[in-house]
Ligand binder design. Sequence first.
Ligand code: HEC
Length: 173
Amino acid sequence: MARGSGGLAMVAGALALAGASPASAETPQIHYMLQCQGCHRADGSGSPGAVPSLRGMMGTFLTVPGGREYLVRVPGSAQSPLSDAELARVLNWMIRAFGPPAIAADFERFRADEVARVRAFPLTDVDAVRRALIRAIERARELESSSPRSGDRAIGRSGDQVIGRSGDQAIRR
Ligand code: HEC
C-alpha cells in the first residue's frame, strides 16, 4: 500500500483503511498514528525482521489461548502512554483496520477494565510468548485444513490469507 512513500501517503493510507475522511478521523486512529504507527506503519505492515506485520494477525491472536492477553501485554501496548480506555479503543480499532475481516466483523471488544487488569502483568519474555502463540495458530490451521467440515471457522479463512507470511517472519526473528 503506502509502503515506501512519504508520510502524507501513509496517513492517507491509514485513513483509507478505516474508511474515514481526514475530517472525521476517529480518536483511536489518531492515537494509533501518534503512538504506534512509527513502528507498525500506517497500514500495519511493520518492517520485515524488526516489527511483525499486524495485517490479518490482530484478530487471529484472539483465536488462541493467551492471544487476547498478549495483545494487551506486549510492550508496545502495555507500556504506551495511552490510558486503559484509550488502549482498549486503539486495540479494537486495530482489529477492525487490520483484520482479518472475518474476525473483525464480530469479536468481543476490549474494555478498559479488562485492559487495566491484564496490562498490570507485562510480558517478561515477549519473543518466547509470541513464538508459542504463532505455533498455536499454525497448529490450529493444520487441524482446520485436515478437517474439511470445519472449513467455515474463522481461523481457517484468516490463516489462508496471512498467517503463512507473518508466521515465517516471526519465527526467523
Ligand atoms: C518502538 C516500536 C514500536 C512501537 C512504538 C509500538 N510497537 Fe507494537 N510491536 C513492536 C514490536 C517489535 C512488536 C513484536 C513483539 C515485540 O518484540 O515486542 C510489536 C508487537 C505488537 C503487537 C502484537 C503483534 C505481534 O505480531 O506480535 C501489538 C498488538 C502491538 N505491538 C500493539 C502496539 C500498539 C497498540 C502500539 C501503540 C500504542 C504499539 N504497538 C507501538 C514495536 C512497536
